[in-house]
Design a protein around this ligand. Structure first.
Ligand SMILES: [Zn+2]
Length: 298
């Protein structure tokens, strides 16, 4: 477990996941009120709470969700056991699944199979603890504020948070991820992923001219706008190769070969080990799925 101050009001908590660090970052925002962004799945939550206690946070006002995927939000119920008054703030498309996760779990089960159980128990939370966000809404924490920016693409319920004084943007998975801590950024694209929406969301984030970008997986970096621009180019490249490949009747393997030829980051990741290669395949498959869907329903 580690905690690192990014500014006077923002810290990054890295709570271990089955003993591993740098799996999901939780961010703590402290004004007169306190908020965490993405508590993680249940196995991560005890470490987050321990850190909050060590930091002197006795009351938590908000649990802010960049989206409701289990690795970000599965442990909300466990957070509420310690902070029963906290409000869970999420995109309206995600709210019903936070209250009743059964459909979300069924969908995740199809993607992850038995590995889903690693994320620990996922329980619904009382509806009155969930607040639906609006796009552009400002959350005033007293001395520090956060703007909610809807950024669909990675999921339909993705949203980012922007802290205007420091220029830190919390992008969740909307701006890519570093699979397996290998230093290479690629799209995080579980199905159904929508690259057209993802590209629009990246342009939207750039208009805020953020200085620092805080990723969920993982860490925070300066030169946020340059990183967003590069990632937009990468997203468009993956989308173009998938669309052209589907149009030309190429297989996923053929499109993979073209991708690793054209995208140096995908090439590097796929060349590191089997796990890296699997990550590229898994994410590319969703781009191809989108291209097939678009072809059927233009
Ligand atoms: Zn996600």
């Amino acid at each position: 477990m580690s905690v690192e101050a990014i500014t006077d009001t923002i810290s990054m908590i890295d709570s271990p996941y089955h003993g591993l660090g740098e799996v999901l970052e939780t961010y703590l925002i402290q004004g007169q009120k306190s908020a965490v962004i993405d508590p993680g799945p249940a196995p991560l939550v005890p470490g987050v709470i321990e850190t909050l206690e060590a930091t002197g946070v006795t009351h938590l006002d908000y649990i802010l969700l960049t989206h409701i995927h289990i690795d970000h939000a599965g442990g909300c119920w466990k957070m509420l056991e310690t902070y029963p008054d906290a409000t869970i703030h999420c995109h309206p498309r995600g709210a019903e699944h936070v209250i009743d996760p059964s459909r979300l779990l069924a969908a995740a089960g199809k993607i992850f199979g038995d590995a889903l159980s690693e994320f620990g128990e996922v329980r619904g939370v009382p509806a009155e603890r969930v607040a639906e966000s609006t796009d552009g809404e400002t959350l005033n924490l007293g001395g520090v504020s956060l703007e909610t920016i809807w950024t669909p693409g990675h999921s339909s319920h993705s949203q980012s948070y922007f802290e205007p004084d420091s220029g830190v943007v919390f992008a969740g998975d909307a701006a890519g991820y570093y699979p397996g801590n290998k230093g290479v950024l690629v799209p995080d694209a579980p199905p159904p992923h929508n690259p057209a929406q993802a590209a629009d969301s990246l342009l939207k984030l750039m208009r805020y001219e953020p200085k620092t970008i805080a990723y969920s997986h993982f860490g925070y970096y300066d030169e946020a706008t340059t990183r967003l621009e590069r990632f937009l180019d990468q997203t468009r490249l993956w989308d173009r190769l998938a669309q052209d490949g589907v149009e030309a009747g190429l297989s996923l393997n053929d499109i993979f070969d073209l991708l690793v030829e054209e995208d140096p980051e995908a090439r590097e990741l796929a060349g590191i080990d089997e796990e890296g290669k699997r990550a590229v395949y898994f994410n590319l498959k969703s781009f191809v799925g989108y291209a097939k869907w678009r072809r059927k329903s233009p």
